[in-house]
Ligand binder design. Structure first.
Ligand code: PEP
Length: 251
C-alpha cells in the first residue's frame, strides 16, 4: 500500500511574513492527519526558516530546484548539499516551468537527480506533455522520453527515493484539470513503464503524484484513482485551508 504524498509548490510566491503565516495556519489543520506525507516547497530564501517553523510537525520541507554540482563557480546556483545542510528532505526536479522557461533538458535533469540522491535527499521528478503534444497524440511518447532521460542509470535502491509527478503542462496554473480518467490513464502508463524498465517491485512501490490545478473540489476524485498516490499542488497550496483540504482528501 503506497502512502499518499501531498506536496505544495509555492513557486515564486509569498513574503517571509506570508510564509510564516501560511505554515503557522497549516500546522494545526493537518496535525491530526496520519498515513499521509505532507510537504511544502517555499522559495529558496525561506527554506531555512520554514524548516525551523515546521520543526517537530508532520510537515516536511522540500526545495523547488537545485544545481547539479556540489560547489564551485556557479553564480546564483544552489547545491543539493546546501539544501540537505539546512534540513530539506527532498527536491522537485524537472518541473515544467524549469523545462520550458529555463530550458532544462532531460540530460540536465538526470544529472540533478543523481546529484540530489547522492546528497541524501529524495526527489520529485516531474513529467508531462504540452497541450499540442496531447492533441497530436504524443502524450505517452513525451512522458516515456522524460522518464527514460530523467531516470537514466538509476538503480532500484535509487528509485526508492523517487516520487514521479505527472503534470500535464496544459493543466498547470490554468484551472483546467485533467479528468480523473485522463490522469489515471497516464499514471497507469507510467507504472507500466516503471515495471518494464525498473522492475515490478519498483513499479509497485513508487508513488506517482498528479499535478495540475488540483483543488479541494477535484482532489477526492483524482486521488481516488488506483494509480494516483498524491498531488503536487501549486496555487491551492498558498492557502492553508485549501491545501489542508487536499491533504484531508488524500487521507
Ligand atoms: C505545479 O506548479 O506543479 C502545479 C501543479 O500548479 P497548479 O496547482 O497551480 O496548477
Amino acid at each position: 500500500m503506497r502512502k499518499p504524498f501531498i506536496a505544495g509548490n509555492w513557486k515564486m510566491h509569498t513574503s517571509e511574513a506570508e510564509a510564516e503565516k501560511l505554515i503557522g495556519e497549516l500546522k494545526p489543520l493537518v496535525k491530526q492527519l496520519q498515513n499521509v506525507d505532507i510537504a511544502v516547497c517555499p522559495p529558496y530564501v525561506y527554506l531555512h526558516k520554514s524548516v525551523y517553523l515546521t520543526g517537530e510537525s508532520n510537515i516536511f520541507v522540500g526545495a523547488q530546484n537545485c544545481y547539479m554540482e556540489s560547489k564551485g563557480a556557479f553564480t546564483g546556483e544552489i547545491a543539493p548539499e546546501m539544501l540537505k545542510d539546512i534540513g530539506c528532505k527532498f527536491v522537485i526536479l524537472g518541473h515544467s516551468e524549469r523545462r520550458h522557461i529555463f530550458g532544462e533538458t532531460d540530460e540536465m535533469i538526470n544529472l540533478k537527480v543523481k546529484k540530489t540522491l547522492a546528497a541524501d535527499l529524495d526527489v520529485i521528478l516531474c513529467v508531462g506533455e504540452l497541450l499540442e503534444e496531447r492533441e497530436a497524440g504524443h502524450t505517452e511518447s513525451v512522458v516515456e522520453s522524460q522518464l527514460t532521460g530523467g531516470l537514466k542509470d538509476l538503480t532500484g535502491t535509487d528509485m526508492a527515493r523517487i516520487t514521479i509527478a505527472y503534470e500535464p503542462v496544459w493543466a498547470i496554473g490554468t484551472g483546467k484539470t485533467a479528468t480523473p480518467d485522463q490522469a489515471q490513464e497516464v499514471h497507469a502508463f507510467i507504472r507500466k513503464w516503471l515495471a518494464a524498465h525498473k522492475g515490478a517491485a519498483v513499479a509497485e512501490a513508487c508513488r506517482i503524484q498528479y499535478g495540475g490545478s488540483v483543488k479541494p473540489e477535484n482532489a477526492g476524485e483524482l486521488l481516488g484513482q488506483s494509480d494516483i498516490d498524491g498531488a503536487l499542488v501549486g496555487g491551492a497550496s498558498l492557502k492553508a485551508d485549501s491545501f489542508a483540504a487536499i491533504v484531508q482528501a488524500a487521507v
